[in-house]
Design a protein around this ligand. Sequence first.
Ligand code: SAH
Length: 220
Amino acid sequence: MREMKKEREQLVEHLKNTGIITSPAVEKAMLSVRREMFVPEDHRQNAYADEPLPIPPFTGDQTISAPHTYPLFYQPLELMKGDGVLEIGTGSGYGAALAAEIVGQENVVTIENTKETVEFAKQNLEQAGYTEITVVHGDGSGGYPKKMPYKKIIVTASHEEIPPPLLNQLAGGGKLVFPRGPRWQSQDLVMIEKNRKKIKETFLGGVAYVPLKGEHGYKK
Ligand code: SAH
C-alpha cells in the first residue's frame, strides 16, 4: 500500500490552520496513524478528505467518521498516557488506533456489535501494528464491565440519553463524550465529567452520528 504521508500531513496542516487541532498529542497521533489502512480499498484515494466513509457491511449504519471529529472528541477528553479508555463503536478501528497512540495500546478497549465491522476493524488494526488493543464483539450500549472503571469513555454512536451503565463504568474524575439527540438527525456532542457524584456537562458542537443499537440504545 502506498504510504500517503504527504496527504496525511496536508490534512493535519489544514485541521491546524482551521483551529480544529489544538493539542500537540492529537496532532502527533493523527500524523502517526495511517488512515488509508482503515478505509475500504475502493475509497483509499479519499482517505484524507475530511469526510466520513462507508465501511463493511456497507448498509449505512457504519462509517469511519470524518477526520475533524476525532480532535473534537479527544481534545476535551484530555487523553493522557496511561488513561483507561473505552470506545463504544469500533467501526474501522481508526479511532481506537488514535487513542492508543496517546494512552498506550494496552489501555484501550473498544467494542463493536456488528460482526462484519468488527472483523474489518481487527484486520485493519493488526495490519497497522495495533495488536495490543482489546477489541470486543458485543453490545457496547451496556459498556464493558470487565475492565471498568474507565478514565475516558468515547461513544461514537448517537442516543437520546447517555445509557446509565456507561456512566456507572466511568471512574471518579473521568470524562465521557457522546452525541446526544434524535436518530438520523443532527445531535449535540456533549462531554460529561463525573466528580464526587456531581455530573458536569459541556456542549462541544453539532455532529451527526449513526444510531446506537442494542439493549440501551434507541427503542424500536
Ligand atoms: N469509531 C469508529 C466510527 C464508528 S461508527 C471509527 O473510528 O471508525 C459507529 C459504530 O457504532 C458502528 O460501527 C456501529 O455498528 C456501532 N454500534 C452501534 N450500536 C452499537 C452497540 N450497541 N454496541 C457496539 N457498537 C455499536
